[in-house]
Design a protein around this ligand. Structure first.
Ligand SMILES: [Zn+2]
Length: 75
């Protein structure tokens, strides 16, 4: 798709890392599927990926995890 941030580049399927904080918990997700802009490097996640990450971050927070680094895994 055309990048909505810089309006010049096109995005391509790739992966990126994302850090989410929930209360006292920090969860770093690696190899998250994303669309990455070839021009400005902006990263876009689709709604399914985003809700999966939020759910997992919430679970980590309820489990009292302080910091966790994990690979993205679809729910
Ligand atoms: Zn861009």
């Amino acid at each position: 798709m055309k990048c909505p941030i810089c309006k010049h580049g096109n995005t391509h399927a790739g992966t990126s890392s994302l850090t989410l904080e929930r209360g006292n918990s920090t969860v770093v997700f690696k190899r998250v599927p994303a669309e990455v802009c070839e021009n400005c490097g902006e990263v876009f996640y689709d709604a399914t990926v985003t809700s999966t990450l939020l759910k997992q971050a919430d679970q980590a927070a309820s489990a009292g995890v302080e910091i966790d680094v994990r690979r993205y895994a679809a729910a």
